[in-house]
Structures are given as C-alpha cells and as structure tokens.
Design a protein around this ligand. Structure first.
Ligand SMILES: Cc1cc2nc3c(=O)[nH]c(=O)nc-3n(C[C@H](O)[C@H](O)[C@H](O)COP(=O)(O)OP(=O)(O)OC[C@H]3O[C@@H](n4cnc5c(N)ncnc54)[C@H](O)[C@@H]3O)c2cc1C
Length: 227
C-alpha cells in the first residue's frame, strides 16, 4: 500500500487556534492571526480538542493519495460520509496488462489457500480479458473482478472527520487492511499538525475500551501512531 499526504491546509494548527480565539475575542481576525505564535496556538488546540470544541478543527483539510489498496478496503472507506473521494474507474480504465490485486497476509502465509486464491484470480482475470477483447464493455466485464482488485484513490477529509476515522479505523477491531491505511494516514497527519492529532487513534487511548467482551485486550499507545 502506498499512502501520501499530498496537500493540506497551510499552517493548520494556527488556523484551528485562530478559529477558537475568534469565538472569545473582541478583536478582528487579522489581528488574532498576526499575534498568534505556534506554541500558543498548540496550547489552544490541545485545549479546544480536550474540551470538545471540535468544530474549530473543521477548517483544516488533508488530502491523501492512496494506491495499492483493494476494492474491499475502498468500499469501507467510502462509508465515511464527511469526506471527499475520487477513485480510479473500472468503467473507463481497462485492466488488461495493468491488472493487480491484493492478497491479505493471512492467505499469503497459508500455502494451501494462497495457491488456490492466486489461481482463481488469475483465471477470473483471463475471463475478464477475453470478454473485453471480444467487445464486452469494461463496465460490464468488471462484474467478474474480485474485491481483491487493486484500486487508487484521492481522499480528502477535514481534521474533525479524520479524528473520527482514526477512532474507528485504527482500532484493533477494525479490519486489517483499513487499519493499516488509517495508521499510515494518522502518522502522516501527525507530522504536519501534531497538536491536532496528538491523542488521535482508537477510543482506548482516551477512555476505557468500549468494545466490552469484544475488546482486543491489547491496547496501543499514542506513540505507536508517531511517524
Ligand atoms: C469495526 C467496524 C465494523 C463495521 N461493520 C459494518 C457492517 O457490518 N455493516 C455495515 O453496514 N457497516 C459496518 N461498518 C461501517 C459503519 O457502520 C459506518 O458506516 C462507518 O464506520 C462510517 O462511520 P460513521 O457513520 O460513524 O461516520 P462518517 O460517515 O465518517 O461520519 C462522521 C460522523 O458524522 C455524523 N454523521 C454523518 N452522517 C450523519 C447522518 N446522516 N446523520 C447524523 N449524523 C451523521 C456522525 O456523528 C458520524 O459518526 C463497520 C465499521 C467498523 C469501524
């Protein structure tokens, strides 16, 4: 999987802090913006996040370029409604020479099933190729392709949505591939906005695990999500 933070709101921590300060200040935006140094901004960001004033984090956006993920993962990802997505099309792109698929580690490490898996995907793809070569539209031929098919996306979320995404998808109870993606995204976001994402990750970083009898019993530490 290849994940890159390709764009983000410039000076994100200061923007969150300015938004927060504006709420409680009699002076104008420009004045607030000019007078705010980064350490004061970070202090304020930590405060507003801890106090639950999370609307201030909606002003900052992060766009990720994501490649080498399965369609099984992308289907889970697009369930997050407060995000923007673009995905490589299986209607307009014909996957002939360039067809790739994702093999989960649990199957890769199982000789009995990995051989069968690879053979079936290979046979399925040959059938797809034959259909496309004989004039079936890619948009119809693709119905035979598996969830394992590789896809590429650009995903943009604001920090509030990202924090929610990290809560549910960095959890050990989340599915393995999306957990790997969310963990890389958190590490990338933390590099550029450390105070915003300082305590981001599964619920158990901030409170007792809410999963009850389904708890993994192996909670991570916030530093596990440092780059
Ligand atoms: C471990 C795990 C297992 C899952 N299993 C299944 C499953 O078996 N079947 C299945 O269908 N899905 C499953 N899901 C997906 C899950 O139901 C959600 O669709 C997905 O996690 C998106 O999260 P969300 O709806 O909280 O947040 P987002 O869509 O990311 O939205 C963020 C927040 O905005 C608010 N919000 C967004 N839209 C609305 C709205 N219309 N009304 C009110 N508030 C809104 C909510 O507070 C929401 O939490 C699973 C998710 C996880 C993490």
């Amino acid at each position: 999987m290849k994940v890159k933070l390709i764009r983000y709101t410039p000076d994100p921590e200061r923007l969150v802090a300015v938004a927060a300060r504006l709420c409680y200040s009699p002076v104008g935006v420009e004045d607030l913006d000019e007078k705010l140094d980064i350490e004061s901004a970070r202090k304020l960001v930590r405060f507003v996040i801890k106090s639950g004033h999370h609307s201030t984090t909606e002003h900052i956006y992060f766009s990720f370029g994501i490649e080498g993920i399965s369609r099984a993962l992308s289907h889970q990802l697009v369930r997050h409604r407060i995000a923007s997505f673009n995905q490589q099309s299986q209607r307009y792109v014909k996957f002939i020479e360039n067809y790739e698929y994702i093999l989960p580690d649990s199957i890769k490490n199982n000789k009995k099933f990995s051989d069968r898996f690879n053979n079936l995907v290979s046979e399925t793809h040959e059938f797809y190729e034959e259909m496309v070569n004989e004039g079936i539209e890619a948009e119809d031929a693709r119905y035979i392709l598996p969830n394992a098919s590789e896809t590429k996306m650009i995903v943009t979320m604001n920090a509030r949505e990202l924090m929610h995404f990290f809560t549910v998808r960095c959890c050990n109870r989340a599915q393995t591939e999306i957990r790997e993606l969310a963990t890389i995204m958190l590490k990338e976001a933390k590099k550029v906005a450390p105070s915003v994402f300082e305590n981001s990750g599964p619920n158990c970083l901030r409170m007792p695990c809410p999963e009850g009898k389904y708890s993994c019993g192996n909670p991570p530490k916030a530093s596990d999500f440092d780059a």
